[in-house]
Design a protein around this ligand. Structure first.
Ligand SMILES: N[C@@H](CCC(=O)N[C@@H](CS)C(=O)NCC(=O)O)C(=O)O
Length: 310
């Protein structure tokens, strides 16, 4: 048992990235379904402010952002690896292309009339209006603007064409085995493909579709559904911490009271005491459910850490 609890919702592309990694590694995990839109009181009881989806919990350790979540999963279950040491920088660059550019280019596609018609059928007009308002608020205060149709039109065709060409003679983006680059480029396409109104947009890219089928075939591992209250209970009764990555020198000393917030969008801060700064991870401690101390871990890239006065 890995102890992994994923807080996610079914239709979330970034959650699908993590579910596919769990599937490729054939891991057992527990699933807590969270709301797609605010408020998310049970999730925030763990994170202390961070609201994005997904979040991973192991006991009383909480991991924000799939950049860190996937690396923590790799640390727990190294084989088969999704972080090959050869091509490390190339896979990081492609991971960013998928998570940042391709995902943001996919979002407006789901607001096109053909996609909206499918969503209205599924979720209802009233919920969709609330979803739109929630996502408009999500992009307030960050340095990334809410993407629009013009951004999609400019970015999607050349990026899909490049990925499709790269996949002409190989099974996965960097060779014959999948790595993090594949999972990061996969989830925005999964998002488009899941909506029958816009899925045909991908028909021009046969290599991409075949590759997406290969990733889908990994499945999601062994998932067990639990309630949010059970996850909070697990945190409240846990007395161990997960190992921390080695600390590196940083501008702020451990023990400093800090706020950590994403810089792109969804910038709601989490406040706590700085525990450690690693190469790729910042950890803070705060009081969680029932006053239990909780550690929340964030990636460094894409997050701002600032000292706060009491
Ligand atoms: N950089 C984040 C991005 C996560 C993200 O944007 N998730 C979307 C859902 S797929 C989100 O948080 N939407 C708002 C929400 O769920 O509250 C990551 O890699 O985890």
């Amino acid at each position: 048992m890995t102890g992994i609890i994923l807080h996610h919702y079914e239709a979330s592309p970034f959650s699908e990235k993590v579910r596919a990694v769990l599937g490729y590694k054939q891991l057992e995990w527990q699933s807590v379904l969270i709301p797609r839109i605010m408020p998310k009181p049970d999730l925030l009881a763990l994170t202390g402010g961070y609201r994005k989806t997904p979040v991973m919990q192991i006991g009383r350790d909480v991991y924000a952002d799939t950049h860190l979540i996937t690396r923590q999963i790799e640390a727990l279950a190294p084989e088969p690896s999704v972080f090959p040491t050869s091509d490390m920088a190339s896979s990081l660059a492609l991971e960013q292309l998928g998570d940042k550019r391709l995902f943001l280019a996919a979002v407006p596609v789901l607001f096109r009339p053909a996609a909206r018609a499918v969503l209205i059928e599924k979720l209802g007009e009233e919920y969709l209006a609330r979803f739109g308002a929630d996502r408009a608020a999500l992009f307030k205060g960050g340095h990334v603007e809410r993407p629009d149709g013009a951004f999609s039109d400019a970015v999607l065709p050349p990026t899909l064409q490049a990925l499709d060409t790269q996949l002409a003679n190989r099974d996965f983006l960097l060779g014959e085995q999948p790595c993090i680059a594949d999972f990061a480029a996969y989830h925005p396409l999964w998002y488009i493909r899941a909506n029958s109104g816009v899925a045909p947009l991908l028909d021009d890219y046969p290599n991409l579709l075949a590759w997406a089928d290969r990733i889908r075939a990994f499945g999601h591992g062994q998932r067990q559904d639990i309630e949010a209250s059970q996850a909070l209970d697990i945190a409240a009764h846990c007395s161990e911490w997960q190992p921390l990555p080695s600390a590196v020198k940083s501008r702020l000393e451990p023990g400093t009271r800090v706020a950590v917030a994403a810089t792109d969008y969804g910038t709601d801060p989490t406040v706590g005491e700085l525990v450690s700064t690693g190469h790729d991870c910042v950890t803070i401690e705060r009081d969680g459910p029932g006053g239990t101390p909780i550690r929340v871990h964030f990636p460094r890239d894409g997050f701002q850490v600032s000292a706060v006065s009491e």
